[in-house]
Design a protein around this ligand. Structure first.
Ligand SMILES: Nc1nc2c(ncn2[C@@H]2O[C@H](COP(=O)(O)OP(=O)(O)OP(=O)(O)O)[C@@H](O)[C@H]2O)c(=O)[nH]1
Ligand SMILES: [Mg+2]
Length: 194
């Protein structure tokens, strides 16, 4: 189902978005691999633009899986090398998206396997928990950067503990090597078809 995904549009204003039937959201720190994960999920190379320089995805980029069924690529949070004004603009965009879009079914927060969860990731999870009513799951990306002798299961268990979350809500993947994607794909498709 995800193979036929096409770029839909890029927006700076949440208000300018039309209604949709269902949306899954990809969120995470700048450079963590949000766009790469979307490409990997959709079995594509260049659907979502991968940044050589972090902080590239400055707008909300929307990909249409089928009519009204979207994968949403949010701008990355916490990129150091932009002005405070720009940072605030991005966080406002992320927040208003998360607050306003009623058709979002799941927010996937990507964290970096090598770096581990950062304060910004914990802040995001705290914020979502406090807001309430927004379901989220965690994707641990860039697992190819870890030692081979750490099992995916161990990463899953550890990450669940960090975020005080159910292990079933953790996905351990490498967008680069295209590992661990089957379970994630099934999950995404479920939210876009139910
Ligand atoms: N080793 C490794 N590198 C990865 C993986 N996924 C993404 N990258 C690299 O990480 C960098 C950032 O990837 P993007 O997909 O552009 O990340 P992003 O989160 O969309 O970045 P912004 O849009 O700038 O916030 C690129 O150089 C990717 O090639 C992975 O699974 N393993
Ligand atoms: Mg990106």
């Amino acid at each position: 189902m995800l193979e036929r995904t096409v770029f839909f549009r890029s927006v700076l204003e949440v208000k300018s978005l039309p209604r949709s039937l269902a949306e899954v959201v990809i969120s995470g720190r700048s450079n963590v691999g949000k766009s790469s994960v979307i490409n990997a999920l959709c079995l594509r190379k260049n659907l979502a633009r991968i940044s050589k320089t972090p902080g590239r995805t400055k707008s909300i980029n929307i990909y249409s899986v089928s009519k009204g069924k979207w994968i949403v690529d949010l701008p990355g949070y916490g990129f150091a090398k932009v002005s405070r004004y720009e940072k605030e603009l991005w966080s406002k965009m992320i927040e208003s998206y998360l607050i306003q879009r009623e058709s979002k079914k799941m927010v996937y927060i990507i964290i970096d396997a090598f770096v581990g969860p950062t304060e910004l990731d914990f802040n995001m999870v705290d914020w979502l928990n406090k807001l309430g009513g927004i379901s989220f799951k965690i994707i641990v990306n860039k697992c190819d950067k870890l030692h081979q002798n750490i099992s995916e299961n161990a990463i899953q268990v550890r990450t669940a503990k960090y975020f005080d979350a159910d292990e079933a809500k953790i996905f351990v993947i490498s967008a680069k090597m295209r590992n661990g994607l089957a379970r994630l794909r099934t999950d995404v498709v479920k939210f876009l078809t139910s």
